[in-house]
Design a protein around this ligand. Sequence first.
Ligand code: FAD
Length: 344
Amino acid sequence: MSSFKSSICSTRLAPSDHKHSNASPISMKEFQIVKPLSPPASVKVGSVASDDGSEVVDTRVGPIEDWEGGYKFAPIKEHHVARAMTKRYGDDLYRTAISDIVIVGCGSAGLSCAYQLAKERPDLKITILEAGVAPGGGAWLGGQLMSAMVVRKPADNFLRELEVPFEDEGDYVVVKHAALFTSTILSKVLKFPNVKLYNATAVEDLITVKDPLNGSNLRVAGVSCMDPQTITAPIVASFAGHDGPFGAFSVKRLAAMGMVKELGDMRGLNMRCAEDYIVNATREIVPGLITGGMELSELDGANRMGATFGGMLASGVKAAKEAIKLFDSYDIVEGEVVGLKQAA
Ligand SMILES: Cc1cc2nc3c(=O)[nH]c(=O)nc-3n(C[C@H](O)[C@H](O)[C@H](O)COP(=O)(O)OP(=O)(O)OC[C@H]3O[C@@H](n4cnc5c(N)ncnc54)[C@H](O)[C@@H]3O)c2cc1C
């Protein structure tokens, strides 16, 4: 156990230091060094920094998976980790700066769109941008604190496709926990080689250009996120959720730019009609931008559907189908629509 001469020290301020907020910067002398506890006897070997900062080396070479106190990781240097991450992040940013489809918002509708697109069209480069650290939007719970997720038929077909188990209640099905749906679809979406998700990355603006298909219109031609990073794409599909500090981002931005007249504002709860509407109305709302999910109800002034999720899933799938139709009709150069494909 002598190898555990540890200098791991926690530091803390004397309580009085907290009182003087306008005092000069705290000097190191004011910190108190606290000795760590000895390691438990079950720890057989290991490597920790010694009091003088030099390393006490365990001469065994990992990886060793010994659960009886001799677990040892493979060797590492700090720059290996830095490079492993920064290289991939940089490569991803470079590669996705031109994408085939950008999805804004990774809630239940955005995820459903991404899954359908990636599965139907492995040739398309799909980039998802999610403002939050945790993708999944509101679909980690079925509603308020309740775990169960209600999905009306026929959207149970999508759950079957994802192999998410449910209880059949006749006209609707119930997944025992919304997180089971969200974690399953998220893991499947992330496994597709043609999908890249940037989370903790908010879309801050839409790129708008003169539409080559109709010179008097503007066209959405991509997004700006993490300025100066931009992503050019012939199609943006936005599922930024209902209005709030982040929500309904794209339709609010389009309204501010005058590209849509005004927002209809989501209407009252009516489960009977709201879900059918949101699926059937999922569409390209301005050239280059499709919207669905609750963001669409903000634009169209459609009813809320409350805690039933079939409309979100099917709206995402419908958006994917619309996106593929549009994509296949365009002549595209470097991510920009330059015209319509000529019939063969
Ligand atoms: C965090 C959260 C918690 C919720 N909790 C509940 C609840 O407890 N009960 C309930 O009934 N309803 C809740 N809702 C609303 C309900 O989940 C939604 O009505 C439904 O999930 C809508 O699905 P959606 O895919 O359209 O949007 P959401 O599930 O709302 O997903 C929208 C996603 O878009 C992201 N986003 C928004 N703006 C941007 C931007 N500019 N750039 C990138 N990403 C962006 C958001 O972070 C979010 O992840 C919640 C919504 C959210 C976002």
